[in-house]
Ligand binder design. Sequence first.
Ligand code: BMX
Ligand code: ZN
Length: 312
Amino acid sequence: QIYVGVDLGGTTIKVGVCDSEGNLLHKYEGPTGVEFGQDHVIGKIAEYARAAVSETSYAWDQVVGVGAGIAGFLNIAEGIIVASVNLNLHNVPIKQRLEEMLGKPVKIDNDANVAALGEVWSGAGKGLSDVVCYTLGTGVGGGIVENGKLLHGFKGMAGEIGHLCVVPDVEAIQCNCGRVGCLETVSSATGIVRMATNAVERGEFTSLSLLDKIEAKDVFEAARGKDEVALRIVNRAAYYIGRSMATLAVITNPQRFIIGGGVSRAGEILFEPIRAAFNKYTPEPIKDGVDIVAATLGNDAGIVGAAGLNLK
Ligand code: BMX
Ligand code: ZN
């Protein structure tokens, strides 16, 4: 028996075929083609899922189910993409469409939720039952695992950590979700690059230059080189992450925070100020025994976790 996991990204659809222990047996990927519309995207998911399995020694009959991780606000019970800005998909009954095309049970969940599931199944949270995962990428995604299960809430939109409102109004800027002050406006790669670009444009003295298109990793590198402006930006991004963790610790009392996504590769320069803010704002008994670690599945967390959606 095998499990198929799909990571539906803005540019690429990745497919993973897993066994029941969460071992990734095979990977397959192809372009999403967002510009060709929703029918095209759904058709490609089905096509790549079948192609992935056909490249293994298993038959399609042995597939237990197909899971898909999707960035955006989803109605999980009904299997509907309510709003996914970067995929340009709104009110799409994707579960039903895929089940018709694939003849298998299909489950969808938020991209960061499935990444959390992947890390708990076979990554940095293996064997733990209470974990909060952050994915720091284009946005800030979140997944909360309580008692071994993802927290979903009313429609399945629980754990959208990137939209915790943390920045005071006077400093807040607009978020993609339409509100202001969300965590992802400061702590995502996009937020970090925006802060750096603004600092350079304001003429602040820094080793960063607009000539080389600034990326988040450039800001971290400059910070490691003791660039004051870059350090201030990294510390600000980290401060809000750590402080949001304190809030989540009070609500969910997790054993571990796992940080994944491209930005997490920055390492200690980011993790140290995150831990400092977390320690400062979390009550002693709640933070006792809690650690903050990097994800270990990397880019595969999404496909592995999505495959796990159909585990019993
Ligand atoms: C945004 C939101 C989340 C997502 C997170 C991480 C959209 C399209 N996405 O907060 O649902 O989990 O970004 O996404 O509304 P990533 O693209 O950075 O991985
Ligand atoms: Zn927001």
